[in-house]
Design a protein around this ligand. Structure first.
Ligand code: TPP
Ligand code: DXP
Ligand code: MG
Length: 631
């Protein structure tokens, strides 16, 4: 069956097999590859539309370049399913993103065809430039290095830093700009606008490409003359179009825009430019979701659509009407509610309006919400600027992406204690996106920073109240972290009221030991307490900073055994804070800290599977209780 349906694909285990085919067979390879992605992702969900959009680019790259000796660096890596299928992982693809299965994004830990860590956007140009420089300095002068970056990822500051350096460091890097006019939501910003305008010069660009081919064939286009010719070219182009090409202005040769779905043409162009010296950028137009109509029509939904029927395009969505809402939905609705009451509130998201549900406020208040593109550092500093002069920004960033903005939080918010509410979404384990996406480090990373208030709601009511509290006058920089997915309360709407900063609460009382939790991991603890059969006092700490001194004195005085549980790295976070506090106040309980390890990165799987691996699921907590009670 596989051989019939995938006649060519079934013959390709590695790119070397692909390279045995004729160029005229490539469109058929693309067709089969696209079908394989559709079949596989429909039953084993993952990132979808982006991979469909780069099928032809993927095939052309592996056809033209001598991978893995030549280096392809994917940006984000959510578009790399075709690459995985052509590089020895077709047999394992059904395990993609599953516990112990192949990883969600390319990584050299998995394959020599994966050249760098992927997951967080905008790093490909910098990493590829590093590889291009390393190739020259380590005796691999013939190695080609290619960065493949989307238009959305090009909005990230790191990409600009990479371009800036590439323009002045000797290198032969090729950057492929995969321009589909989309991020997860619609791509935003000046670069996007610029790329749109570049399209109007398509005819000019074609003529120019042909001219450069001709000049080269006549020997006029030597590498020595390259910069001069680029400048001349630029001057002519500016005169014709009243617009300078940004890339060429930076001495990066620009080719395009071309149709990135014409695999034969893409191969031809790549062959033409691959050995040209100096940095160069090939601009290809593609359609996100290409070849699968529902995805082409609604690329945001089909970015990662879950299971679906490949024939009808119907998404298979289980009935969740009896389940509690997602934290994201509660955040989005509460933000709008608060913004209606408080005119100083504005919303900021770096490219995740749908993911974090800020799109709810965006719809009603487009002029008070800002999607700044994939620019986490900027999102924070921009929020700081607005706060400095009178606004009250809610800046929502996925916890793991906020790692990009660590200094901005310290330097541009905390030092002035500016009233910005940093909402860290996807805090803790996120599941199938794996090690690059778990929000593992925020608690440990932010705890030492002066002025910050750091809180984590146990459930939807707490989230709403913390959001309300954070926007009250005089609260300074306020961090609220909460996880991906559903909360615990179906009846999530509650009155908005203030929670006194730095106060936790006792949820249940007991005599044998105390459990301290932060955030919704409390529910795993509650289940463990039910099963364990001991008299356990359970405290929801609620604030990591400031700690609740009164609560901790009560715990220190009453208990010789304490278990702390957090959905974050166990060293440096809440457990460490409690341990330090107990020591500082001369209490000497035995403290068992449960949380994510700092000895290895947590990989992918369902959240529940990963809780178990990290021993923060109910069953493991129960075992820890029993163990501690033996001591
Ligand atoms: C630092 C960082 N911020 C945000 C994201 C979330 N994210 C993943 S893919 C994506 C959109 C990327 O758009 P683009 O590069 O154009 O790729 P496309 O999906 O359009 O092919 C975003 C915002 C991320 N992975 N990393
Ligand atoms: C590739 C990437 O970074 C995003 O697509 C991420 O996978 C989104 O995850 P959520 O589904 O949690 O929004
Ligand atoms: Mg894009």
């Amino acid at each position: 069956m596989d051989q019939e349906k995938f006649e060519l694909l079934s013959q390709i285990k590695y790119p070397a097999d692909l390279r045995k085919l004729s160029i005229d067979q490539l469109p058929e390879v693309c067709k089969e590859l696209r079908q394989d992605i559709i079949d596989e992702v429909s039953v084993n969900p993952g990132h979808f539309a982006s991979s469909l959009g780069v099928v032809e680019i993927t095939v052309a790259l592996h056809y033209v370049f001598d991978t893995p000796e030549d280096r392809i660096v994917w940006d984000v890596g959510h578009q790399a399913y075709g690459h995985k299928l052509l590089t020895g992982r077709r047999d394992q693809f059904s395990t993609n993103r599953k516990l112990d299965g192949i990883r969600p994004f390319p990584t050299p830990l998995e394959s020599e065809y994966d050249t760098f860590t992927c997951g967080h956007a905008s790093n490909s140009i910098s990493a590829a430039l590093g590889m291009a420089v390393a190739a020259k300095k380590t005796g691999h002068e013939d190695r080609h290095v290619v960065a493949v970056i989307g238009d959305g990822s090009m909005s990230g500051g790191l990409a600009f830093e990479g371009l800036n350096n590439a323009s002045s460091t000797p290198n032969d890097l090729l950057i492929i700009l995969n321009d589909n006019d989309m991020s997860i939501d619609r791509a935003v910003g000046g670069m996007e606008q610029y790329l749109l305008n570049l399209d109007t010069n398509e005819t000019y660009n074609k003529i120019r490409f042909k001219a450069s081919q001709w000049l080269r064939s006549k020997g006029y286009l030597s590498d020595k003359r390259r910069k001069g010719i680029i400048r001349l070219n630029n001057a002519i182009k500016s005169a014709i179009s009243q617009q300078q090409n940004v890339f060429e202005g930076m001495n990066i040769r620009y080719f395009g825009p071309f149709d990135g779905h014409d695999v034969r043409e893409t191969v031809r162009i790549l062959r033409q430019i691959k050995d040209m010296k100096g940095p160069k950028l090939l601009h290809l137009h593609t359609t996100k979701g290409k070849g699968y109509e529902p995805a082409e029509k609604a690329a945001t939904v089909w970015h990662a659509p879950g299971k679906f029927d490949p024939k009808t395009g119907e998404r298979i969505i289980s009935d969740t009407s009896n389940e509690p809402p997602k934290f994201q939905e509660v955040f989005g609705k509460t933000l709008l509610e608060l913004a209606r009451q408080n005119p100083r509130i504005v919303g900021v998201t770096p490219a995740m309006p749908s993911g974090c549900s800020m799109n709810i406020m965006m719809k009603e208040m487009p002029d008070r919400t800002f999607d700044v593109g994939i620019a986490e550092g900027h999102a924070v500093t921009f929020s700081g600027g607005m706060a400095k002069d009178g606004l009250m920004p809610f800046c929502n960033i996925y916890s793991s992406f906020s790692q990009r903005a660590y200094d901005n939080i310290i330097h541009d918010l905390a030092i002035l204690n500016l009233p910005v509410v940093m909402c860290l979404d996807r805090a803790g384990l996120v599941g199938e996106d794996g090690s690059t996406h778990h929000g593992a480090f925020d608690l440990a990373a932010l705890r030492p920073i002066p002025n910050l208030t750091i809180a984590s709601p146990m459930n939807e009511h707490e989230l709403r109240k913390l959001m309300y509290t954070a926007q009250l006058p005089g609260k300074g920089t306020f961090v609220i972290r909460y996880p991906r997915g559903r909360g615990a309360l179906r009846d999530w709407h509650c009155k908005l009221e203030e929670i006194e900063v730095g106060t936790g609460r006792r949820l249940t009382d007991g005599e044998d030991l105390a459990i301290l939790t932060l955030g919704p991991i409390a529910y795993q603890a509650q289940e463990a307490i039910r099963q364990a059969g001991f008299s356990v006092a359970h405290y929801d700490l609620r604030f990591l900073k400031p700690l609740d001194n009164k609560l901790l004195h009560e715990v220190g005085q009453r208990f010789k055994r304490i278990i702390t549980i957090e959905d974050g790295v166990r060293n440096g976070g809440m457990g460490s804070a409690v341990l330090e506090w107990m020591d500082d106040h001369s209490y000497t309980p035995r403290v068992v800290r449960l949380g994510l390890p700092d000895s290895e990165f947590v990989e992918h799987g369902t959240v529940q599977q990963l809780y178990k691996k990290c021993r923060i699921d109910a069953e493991s907590i129960k075992e820890e209780i029993l163990q501690l009670m033996k001591s």
